[in-house]
Design a protein around this ligand. Structure first.
Ligand SMILES: Cc1cc2nc3c(=O)[nH]c(=O)nc-3n(C[C@H](O)[C@H](O)[C@H](O)COP(=O)(O)OP(=O)(O)OC[C@H]3O[C@@H](n4cnc5c(N)ncnc54)[C@H](O)[C@@H]3O)c2cc1C
Ligand code: FES
Length: 245
Protein backbone atom coordinates (compact mmCIF):
# COMPACT_ATOMS: atom_id res chain seq x y z
CA UNK A 1 0.00 0.00 0.00
CA UNK A 2 1.43 3.35 -1.06
CA UNK A 3 0.52 7.02 -1.18
CA UNK A 4 1.42 8.49 -4.54
CA UNK A 5 0.64 11.43 -6.79
CA UNK A 6 -0.66 10.86 -10.31
CA UNK A 7 -1.46 12.87 -13.37
CA UNK A 8 -4.97 12.55 -14.73
CA UNK A 9 -5.09 11.25 -18.32
CA UNK A 10 -8.82 11.83 -18.83
CA UNK A 11 -11.88 12.66 -16.75
CA UNK A 12 -14.89 12.35 -19.02
CA UNK A 13 -18.56 12.81 -18.20
CA UNK A 14 -19.98 9.58 -19.65
CA UNK A 15 -23.53 10.39 -18.56
CA UNK A 16 -24.90 13.45 -16.77
CA UNK A 17 -23.33 13.37 -13.29
CA UNK A 18 -21.20 10.25 -13.92
CA UNK A 19 -17.48 10.49 -14.71
CA UNK A 20 -14.81 8.07 -15.87
CA UNK A 21 -11.39 9.15 -14.64
CA UNK A 22 -8.19 7.51 -15.89
CA UNK A 23 -4.69 7.95 -14.54
CA UNK A 24 -1.34 6.26 -14.93
CA UNK A 25 -0.52 4.13 -11.85
CA UNK A 26 1.91 1.21 -11.89
CA UNK A 27 1.53 0.54 -8.16
CA UNK A 28 -2.11 -0.58 -8.57
CA UNK A 29 -1.35 -3.12 -11.30
CA UNK A 30 -1.65 -6.01 -8.85
CA UNK A 31 -4.78 -4.76 -7.08
CA UNK A 32 -7.43 -7.46 -6.74
CA UNK A 33 -11.16 -7.24 -7.64
CA UNK A 34 -13.08 -5.51 -4.85
CA UNK A 35 -10.14 -3.58 -3.45
CA UNK A 36 -10.42 0.20 -3.30
CA UNK A 37 -8.33 3.33 -3.24
CA UNK A 38 -8.80 6.63 -1.46
CA UNK A 39 -8.28 9.87 -3.36
CA UNK A 40 -7.59 13.43 -2.34
CA UNK A 41 -6.59 16.58 -4.12
CA UNK A 42 -3.63 18.48 -2.67
CA UNK A 43 -3.62 22.21 -2.04
CA UNK A 44 -5.29 24.59 0.40
CA UNK A 45 -7.84 25.66 -2.19
CA UNK A 46 -9.03 22.03 -2.52
CA UNK A 47 -9.75 22.02 1.27
CA UNK A 48 -9.99 18.23 1.35
CA UNK A 49 -8.80 16.81 4.68
CA UNK A 50 -10.75 13.55 4.24
CA UNK A 51 -9.83 11.23 1.40
CA UNK A 52 -12.72 9.75 -0.66
CA UNK A 53 -12.97 5.96 -1.27
CA UNK A 54 -13.53 4.47 -4.76
CA UNK A 55 -13.40 0.95 -6.14
CA UNK A 56 -10.99 0.39 -8.99
CA UNK A 57 -13.21 0.16 -12.08
CA UNK A 58 -10.70 -1.06 -14.64
CA UNK A 59 -6.97 -1.73 -14.89
CA UNK A 60 -5.53 -1.65 -18.38
CA UNK A 61 -1.74 -2.13 -18.23
CA UNK A 62 -0.61 0.89 -16.24
CA UNK A 63 -3.83 2.90 -16.70
CA UNK A 64 -6.30 2.71 -13.82
CA UNK A 65 -9.89 3.95 -14.07
CA UNK A 66 -12.53 4.85 -11.52
CA UNK A 67 -16.16 5.45 -12.45
CA UNK A 68 -17.83 7.87 -10.04
CA UNK A 69 -21.08 9.68 -9.45
CA UNK A 70 -21.08 13.31 -8.34
CA UNK A 71 -22.85 13.37 -4.98
CA UNK A 72 -21.18 16.02 -2.81
CA UNK A 73 -18.28 18.38 -2.32
CA UNK A 74 -15.44 15.92 -3.01
CA UNK A 75 -16.83 14.32 -6.15
CA UNK A 76 -17.89 17.75 -7.42
CA UNK A 77 -14.27 18.86 -7.08
CA UNK A 78 -13.05 15.70 -8.87
CA UNK A 79 -15.44 16.41 -11.74
CA UNK A 80 -13.68 19.74 -12.42
CA UNK A 81 -10.23 18.14 -12.81
CA UNK A 82 -8.62 18.19 -16.26
CA UNK A 83 -5.96 16.04 -17.95
CA UNK A 84 -2.59 16.94 -16.44
CA UNK A 85 -4.06 17.88 -13.01
CA UNK A 86 -2.82 15.67 -10.18
CA UNK A 87 -4.58 13.52 -7.59
CA UNK A 88 -3.19 11.83 -4.53
CA UNK A 89 -3.89 8.08 -4.25
CA UNK A 90 -3.66 5.67 -1.31
CA UNK A 91 -4.09 1.97 -2.02
CA UNK A 92 -4.91 -0.70 -2.84
CA UNK A 93 -6.91 -1.01 0.38
CA UNK A 94 -9.21 -3.61 1.91
CA UNK A 95 -9.79 -7.24 1.07
CA UNK A 96 -10.89 -8.68 -2.27
CA UNK A 97 -13.73 -10.90 -3.42
CA UNK A 98 -13.51 -14.66 -3.16
CA UNK A 99 -13.31 -15.88 -6.77
CA UNK A 100 -14.67 -19.01 -8.46
CA UNK A 101 -13.74 -20.75 -11.71
CA UNK A 102 -16.09 -22.02 -14.42
CA UNK A 103 -19.19 -20.99 -12.47
CA UNK A 104 -22.55 -19.45 -13.27
CA UNK A 105 -22.32 -15.94 -11.82
CA UNK A 106 -24.74 -13.07 -11.28
CA UNK A 107 -23.40 -9.57 -10.74
CA UNK A 108 -26.25 -7.65 -9.09
CA UNK A 109 -25.53 -3.92 -9.07
CA UNK A 110 -27.70 -1.01 -8.06
CA UNK A 111 -26.86 2.38 -9.59
CA UNK A 112 -23.19 3.33 -9.51
CA UNK A 113 -22.68 0.25 -7.27
CA UNK A 114 -22.37 -1.67 -10.55
CA UNK A 115 -19.02 0.10 -11.05
CA UNK A 116 -17.68 -1.73 -7.99
CA UNK A 117 -18.37 -5.11 -9.65
CA UNK A 118 -16.86 -4.42 -13.08
CA UNK A 119 -13.23 -5.34 -12.39
CA UNK A 120 -14.52 -8.52 -10.71
CA UNK A 121 -16.64 -9.41 -13.76
CA UNK A 122 -13.63 -9.01 -16.03
CA UNK A 123 -11.52 -11.31 -13.83
CA UNK A 124 -14.25 -13.96 -13.46
CA UNK A 125 -14.70 -14.06 -17.23
CA UNK A 126 -11.01 -14.88 -17.57
CA UNK A 127 -11.59 -17.75 -15.09
CA UNK A 128 -14.16 -19.28 -17.44
CA UNK A 129 -17.31 -18.04 -15.68
CA UNK A 130 -20.63 -17.37 -17.36
CA UNK A 131 -21.72 -13.91 -16.26
CA UNK A 132 -25.17 -12.38 -16.11
CA UNK A 133 -25.34 -8.76 -15.01
CA UNK A 134 -28.56 -7.66 -13.35
CA UNK A 135 -28.31 -3.87 -13.38
CA UNK A 136 -30.82 -1.94 -11.31
CA UNK A 137 -31.30 1.78 -12.04
CA UNK A 138 -33.74 4.52 -11.13
CA UNK A 139 -34.27 5.20 -14.83
CA UNK A 140 -32.35 5.40 -18.11
CA UNK A 141 -30.52 8.56 -16.98
CA UNK A 142 -28.52 6.53 -14.43
CA UNK A 143 -27.78 3.55 -16.71
CA UNK A 144 -23.96 3.35 -16.73
CA UNK A 145 -23.56 0.17 -18.79
CA UNK A 146 -20.68 0.71 -21.21
CA UNK A 147 -18.59 -1.37 -23.63
CA UNK A 148 -16.34 -2.57 -20.78
CA UNK A 149 -19.28 -4.09 -18.86
CA UNK A 150 -20.62 -5.56 -22.11
CA UNK A 151 -17.22 -7.12 -22.86
CA UNK A 152 -17.37 -9.62 -19.97
CA UNK A 153 -21.15 -10.15 -19.76
CA UNK A 154 -22.91 -13.12 -21.35
CA UNK A 155 -26.21 -11.42 -20.62
CA UNK A 156 -27.30 -8.06 -19.20
CA UNK A 157 -30.73 -7.60 -17.65
CA UNK A 158 -31.68 -4.01 -16.85
CA UNK A 159 -34.37 -3.38 -14.24
CA UNK A 160 -35.67 0.09 -13.43
CA UNK A 161 -37.76 1.86 -10.79
CA UNK A 162 -39.64 3.72 -13.48
CA UNK A 163 -41.46 0.63 -14.79
CA UNK A 164 -41.40 -1.31 -11.49
CA UNK A 165 -39.06 -4.06 -12.78
CA UNK A 166 -36.48 -3.26 -10.04
CA UNK A 167 -38.79 -4.53 -7.27
CA UNK A 168 -37.29 -7.22 -5.03
CA UNK A 169 -40.03 -9.61 -6.12
CA UNK A 170 -39.11 -9.27 -9.77
CA UNK A 171 -35.34 -9.42 -9.14
CA UNK A 172 -35.84 -12.54 -7.00
CA UNK A 173 -37.75 -14.23 -9.85
CA UNK A 174 -35.00 -13.33 -12.35
CA UNK A 175 -32.33 -14.78 -10.03
CA UNK A 176 -34.32 -17.99 -9.47
CA UNK A 177 -34.75 -18.36 -13.24
CA UNK A 178 -30.98 -18.22 -13.71
CA UNK A 179 -30.19 -20.43 -10.67
CA UNK A 180 -26.59 -19.18 -10.30
CA UNK A 181 -23.70 -20.78 -8.40
CA UNK A 182 -22.62 -17.43 -6.91
CA UNK A 183 -24.03 -13.88 -6.68
CA UNK A 184 -21.98 -10.71 -6.10
CA UNK A 185 -23.79 -7.53 -5.18
CA UNK A 186 -23.21 -3.83 -4.53
CA UNK A 187 -25.23 -0.67 -4.07
CA UNK A 188 -28.44 -1.68 -2.32
CA UNK A 189 -29.19 -2.71 1.26
CA UNK A 190 -32.69 -3.74 0.13
CA UNK A 191 -31.22 -6.24 -2.36
CA UNK A 192 -28.68 -7.36 0.23
CA UNK A 193 -31.47 -8.24 2.69
CA UNK A 194 -33.23 -10.11 -0.11
CA UNK A 195 -30.07 -12.13 -0.85
CA UNK A 196 -29.77 -13.03 2.84
CA UNK A 197 -33.14 -14.79 2.56
CA UNK A 198 -32.24 -16.70 -0.61
CA UNK A 199 -30.40 -20.00 -0.91
CA UNK A 200 -27.49 -18.82 -3.06
CA UNK A 201 -23.86 -18.29 -2.06
CA UNK A 202 -23.63 -14.49 -2.14
CA UNK A 203 -21.03 -11.81 -1.54
CA UNK A 204 -21.39 -8.07 -1.17
CA UNK A 205 -19.08 -5.09 -1.26
CA UNK A 206 -20.19 -2.38 1.16
CA UNK A 207 -19.86 1.35 0.58
CA UNK A 208 -20.07 2.71 4.12
CA UNK A 209 -19.01 6.25 4.95
CA UNK A 210 -15.32 6.28 5.75
CA UNK A 211 -12.96 8.52 7.68
CA UNK A 212 -9.40 7.15 7.64
CA UNK A 213 -9.92 4.15 5.32
CA UNK A 214 -7.14 2.42 7.24
CA UNK A 215 -8.84 0.71 10.18
CA UNK A 216 -8.07 3.35 12.81
CA UNK A 217 -11.15 5.58 13.30
CA UNK A 218 -14.06 3.05 13.32
CA UNK A 219 -16.31 5.38 11.25
CA UNK A 220 -17.07 2.47 8.92
CA UNK A 221 -17.83 -0.17 11.60
CA UNK A 222 -20.76 -2.49 10.88
CA UNK A 223 -22.43 -5.17 12.99
CA UNK A 224 -21.73 -8.81 12.21
CA UNK A 225 -22.72 -11.99 14.06
CA UNK A 226 -19.16 -12.05 15.46
CA UNK A 227 -19.08 -8.43 16.66
CA UNK A 228 -18.24 -5.16 14.92
CA UNK A 229 -16.10 -5.19 11.77
CA UNK A 230 -14.47 -2.34 9.88
CA UNK A 231 -15.56 -2.11 6.26
CA UNK A 232 -12.24 -0.50 5.24
CA UNK A 233 -9.98 -3.08 6.88
CA UNK A 234 -12.04 -6.29 7.35
CA UNK A 235 -13.99 -5.60 4.11
CA UNK A 236 -15.24 -4.05 1.93
CA UNK A 237 -16.08 -7.53 0.55
CA UNK A 238 -18.15 -9.79 2.82
CA UNK A 239 -20.19 -12.96 2.63
CA UNK A 240 -23.79 -11.63 2.79
CA UNK A 241 -24.47 -13.84 5.82
CA UNK A 242 -21.61 -12.11 7.64
CA UNK A 243 -23.30 -8.69 7.84
CA UNK A 244 -26.22 -7.46 9.93
CA UNK A 245 -28.04 -4.66 8.10
C1 LIG B 1 -15.13 1.00 -0.57
C2 LIG B 1 -15.93 2.06 -1.30
C3 LIG B 1 -15.93 2.08 -2.67
C4 LIG B 1 -16.65 3.07 -3.36
N1 LIG B 1 -16.61 3.05 -4.73
C5 LIG B 1 -17.29 4.01 -5.42
C6 LIG B 1 -17.25 4.01 -6.85
O1 LIG B 1 -16.59 3.19 -7.49
N2 LIG B 1 -17.95 5.00 -7.49
C7 LIG B 1 -18.68 5.95 -6.79
O2 LIG B 1 -19.30 6.81 -7.42
N3 LIG B 1 -18.72 5.95 -5.45
C8 LIG B 1 -18.04 5.02 -4.74
N4 LIG B 1 -18.08 5.03 -3.37
C9 LIG B 1 -18.84 6.11 -2.70
C10 LIG B 1 -17.94 7.38 -2.68
O3 LIG B 1 -16.85 7.17 -1.83
C11 LIG B 1 -18.76 8.57 -2.16
O4 LIG B 1 -19.81 8.83 -3.06
C12 LIG B 1 -17.88 9.79 -2.04
O5 LIG B 1 -16.92 9.61 -1.03
C13 LIG B 1 -18.74 11.00 -1.71
O6 LIG B 1 -17.88 12.09 -1.50
P1 LIG B 1 -18.41 13.58 -1.63
O7 LIG B 1 -17.45 14.48 -0.97
O8 LIG B 1 -18.76 13.89 -3.03
O9 LIG B 1 -19.76 13.54 -0.83
P2 LIG B 1 -20.07 14.07 0.61
O10 LIG B 1 -21.42 13.56 1.00
O11 LIG B 1 -19.88 15.56 0.65
O12 LIG B 1 -19.02 13.35 1.50
C14 LIG B 1 -18.81 13.70 2.82
C15 LIG B 1 -18.04 12.59 3.49
O13 LIG B 1 -18.76 11.35 3.53
C16 LIG B 1 -18.09 10.32 2.84
N5 LIG B 1 -19.11 9.63 2.04
C17 LIG B 1 -20.20 10.20 1.49
N6 LIG B 1 -20.93 9.28 0.87
C18 LIG B 1 -20.28 8.12 1.00
C19 LIG B 1 -20.54 6.79 0.57
N7 LIG B 1 -21.62 6.45 -0.14
N8 LIG B 1 -19.65 5.86 0.87
C20 LIG B 1 -18.57 6.17 1.58
N9 LIG B 1 -18.27 7.38 2.01
C21 LIG B 1 -19.11 8.34 1.73
C22 LIG B 1 -17.02 10.98 2.04
O14 LIG B 1 -15.85 10.15 1.95
C23 LIG B 1 -16.75 12.24 2.82
O15 LIG B 1 -15.80 12.00 3.82
C24 LIG B 1 -17.38 4.06 -2.65
C25 LIG B 1 -17.38 4.04 -1.25
C26 LIG B 1 -16.66 3.05 -0.58
C27 LIG B 1 -16.65 3.02 0.91
S1 FES C 1 -12.73 4.36 7.89
FE1 FES C 1 -11.52 4.54 9.70
S2 FES C 1 -11.70 2.52 10.50
FE2 FES C 1 -12.68 2.35 8.58
Amino acid sequence: MKVSTHSILYNNEIKKGYFLMGFECNTLKKAEPGQFITISVDGIEANMPLRRPFTIYKINNSTVEILYKVVGKGTKLFSTLKPGDTINILGPLGNSFRMFENSKIILLGRGVGLASLACLGDSLKKLGCDITVIASFKDESSNIIDDYIKSFSNDIIVVEDEDGTSSCDNVRKIIEGINPDVIYSCGSKRLLRMLQKMKYKSYVTLEERMGCGLGACLTCAIKTPSGYKRVCKDGPCFDVMEVII
